[in-house]
Design a protein around this ligand. Structure first.
Ligand SMILES: Nc1nc2c(c(=O)[nH]1)N[C@@H](CN(C=O)c1ccc(C(=O)N[C@@H](CCC(=O)O)C(=O)O)cc1)CN2
Length: 279
């Protein structure tokens, strides 16, 4: 069994990006819009700011109060859509309940939508011609590539059907010629499907849901879960300690997919800036 080292891979990609940015005639710019006081969101956004600084990407965090109206938030997004100094815009999720997330994500110009959540970018991905990829699925594909995982012809099972992870990773695996199944909370024969999966991506948000006896020996197991226990310790959706003895390759939590999520956002920002320059 090999444990995928998300930290080492993220550092490698970041260092490559730093070299690319240093050679660019302009500095790529990323704006992160943070609404409210969600503690986890605050940490994620400042992590993005730190990553950007390390790579040489200019960044700005726009902090807005929880009470902001949807119209005001839409106006803020539009302001950055119109400003050519900024190549990437993200709105940190989740948003407060009174704001319609979909309307806000739709407001981001697809060329600046470095999260890849705009319906245009989702449609381009599903048509097989992606422009911007959501960061978590892009990071997973980067990991599979770095560890030379053969995807073509393999049975891939994605547990979870969110627009952020489940659906896009399923499409990326399909584009890499895997035979893909998407399972979810209403799937009836879930453990049967898990047992048959050569590549298993788990994004269901249930603490250590997948156990060693569930997994096909030699499977590649990618854990997207981030669940905190009562003591504040982070666990994935996969019971790492037992599944690691059955899998051929496995991602840890923390130190796996999350770190690549942050890095791929930087990569998309650099790509967006390059496209703005037509290079
Ligand atoms: N606009 C967006 N909002 C959200 C996204 C997103 O991709 N775009 N994803 C998540 C949060 N997220 C990034 O924003 C994110 C979550 C976790 C990590 C990470 O590095 N995880 C570490 C563990 C961190 C810890 O100890 O708490 C790991 O897995 O090793 C990065 C980014 C929701 N919102």
């Amino acid at each position: 069994m090999t444990v995928i080292d998300g930290k080492a891979l993220a550092e490698r990609v970041q260092s490559e990006l730093k070299t690319v940015v240093a050679s660019m005639p302009i500095q790529p710019g990323l704006v992160a819009i943070l609404v409210g006081d969600d503690p986890a969101s605050k940490i994620y956004v400042s992590g993005k700011e730190k990553d950007a600084a390390k790579i040489g990407i200019k960044s700005e965090i726009v902090r807005l109060p929880e009470t902001i109206t949807e119209v005001e938030l839409l106006e803020t997004v539009e302001k950055y859509n119109q400003d050519s100094n900024w190549h990437g815009i993200i709105v940190q999720l989740p948003l407060p309940k009174h704001i319609n997330e979909e309307r806000v994500l739709m407001k981001i110009s697809p060329e600046k939508d470095v999260d890849g959540f705009h319906p245009t970018n989702m449609g381009l991905l599903w048509s097989g011609h992606p422009l911007m990829l959501p960061s978590t699925p892009a990071g997973i594909m980067e990991m599979l590539k770095a560890y030379n995982v053969e995807i073509e012809g393999k049975n891939a099972l994605v547990i979870g059907r969110s627009n952020i992870v489940g659906k896009p990773i399923a499409q990326l695996l399909l584009m890499a010629n895997a035979t893909v199944t998407i399972a979810h909370s209403r799937t009836k024969n879930l453990l049967e499907l898990v047992k048959n999966a050569d590549i298993l991506v788990v994004a269901i948000g249930q603490d250590r849901f997948i156990k060693s006896g569930d997994v096909k020996p030699g499977a590649v197991v990618i854990d997207v879960g981030m669940n905190r226990d009562a003591a504040g310790k982070l666990h994935g959706d996969v019971d790492f300690n037992s599944v690691k003895d059955v899998a051929s390759l496995i991602t840890p939590v923390p130190g796996g997919v999350g770190l690549m999520t942050r890095t791929m956002l930087m990569k998309q920002t650099v790509e967006a800036a390059k496209r703005a320059l037509n290079v």
